[in-house]
Design a binder for this molecule. Structure first.
Ligand SMILES: Nc1ncnc2c1ncn2[C@@H]1O[C@H](COP(=O)(O)OP(=O)(O)OP(=O)(O)O)[C@@H](O)[C@H]1O
Length: 276
């Protein structure tokens, strides 16, 4: 089990130890005779930004699928704040606070940017169907509150100016930001981001990096799969490296950039770019 050493926050001596936000313990996933994830263990402490990197086919997406409940691992445990979530449906895991934002944009293109966020917030709303249908005072109060939250979320995403426009009119980068906004509307405690920088131009990547940092500052734990090493090295508190399904290294960005096995397996000649 790879233990990730973080500087300890000062805590009262008697405080009960907090479980990590997410922990994988000896997770193995065999698919059609191939071991896509091979006895992988790592922990993601609450409130940190951790990246999962490795060459194509290393098992990153499969690991995400196992964590989020889309695949049941052949062996091992996945603990969300100490609770084993193996065998739970993805929707249940999402209700427990682990939300995944997909590689492909998933916005409702024909709706306005505001309505996209409002709809996503409604999915987590508390009003019962009968309250919604009858438009009871409780429903109207909740609607007002959700509209206010949608505005706040758009401020957070720096998309408020585009609120009234159809999502389809956003640039690709803005659509990716909105896609993360939809995931944030589910109020995640842990957010999984699958290649958020794929296809973004450099300025869009910068905007995305800033947003991931802001998400982390709000106390949301982030686990990121990403090939853009500039992004990974600049925003991660910690990095976990997979190769052929096995964990080959885990450490700070600085340590990972100097790890001979990681350089050999993945960073290779890209190391200079990653350090730049
Ligand atoms: N549904 C599947 N059926 C068969 N093989 C699969 C399936 N999903 C993943 N694999 C195999 O498992 C291995 C790990 O794939 P995975 O997609 O998890 O890697 P990855 O690190 O996410 O790669 P990439 O960076 O290219 O997205 C690969 O050899 C892949 O071909």
């Amino acid at each position: 089990m790879t233990t990730i050493a973080y500087p300890q926050a000062t805590a009262a001596p008697a405080a009960a130890p907090q479980p990590p936000a997410l922990e994988l313990a000896n997770v193995t996933m065999r698919i059609a005779g191939l071991t896509a994830v091979d006895d992988v263990s790592f922990a993601v402490p609450a409130g940190r930004i951790v990246s999962l990197i490795g060459p194509n086919g290393a098992g990153k997406t499969t690991t995400f699928n196992v964590i989020s409940g889309y695949m049941r691992p052949t062996a091992g445990r996945v603990l969300l704040f100490g609770q084993d979530v193996v065998g739970l449906a993805p929707e249940r895991i999402s209700q427990l606070g682990l939300v995944r934002s997909f590689q492909r944009t998933s916005v409702f293109a024909g709706c306005t940017v505001f309505d996209n966020i409002l709809t996503a917030l409604h999915l987590r709303g508390r009003a019962a169907l009968w309250q919604t249908l009858l438009r009871t005072p409780a429903f109207r109060r909740e609607e007002e509150s959700l509209r206010r939250q949608a505005g706040e979320l758009l401020d957070f995403l720096e998309l408020r100016e585009r609120a009234a426009e159809p999502a389809a009119s956003l640039s690709y980068g803005e659509q990716r930001l909105l896609g993360v906004g939809l995931a944030l509307a589910a109020r995640p405690r842990v957010l999984l981001l699958d290649e958020p920088a794929a296809g973004l131009n450099p300025s869009e990547t910068e905007a995305f990096k800033a947003m991931v940092r802001r998400i982390g500052e709000r106390g949301v734990t982030v686990l990121l799969v990403e090939h853009d090493m500039h992004m990974v090295m600049s925003i991660s508190d910690h990095i976990v490296v997979l190769n052929y399904g096995r964990l080959i290294a885990a450490g700070t960005p600085r340590a990972i950039q100097r790890d001979p096995e990681v350089i050999r397996a993945y960073l290779g000649s890209g190391i200079k770019r990653a350090q730049a």
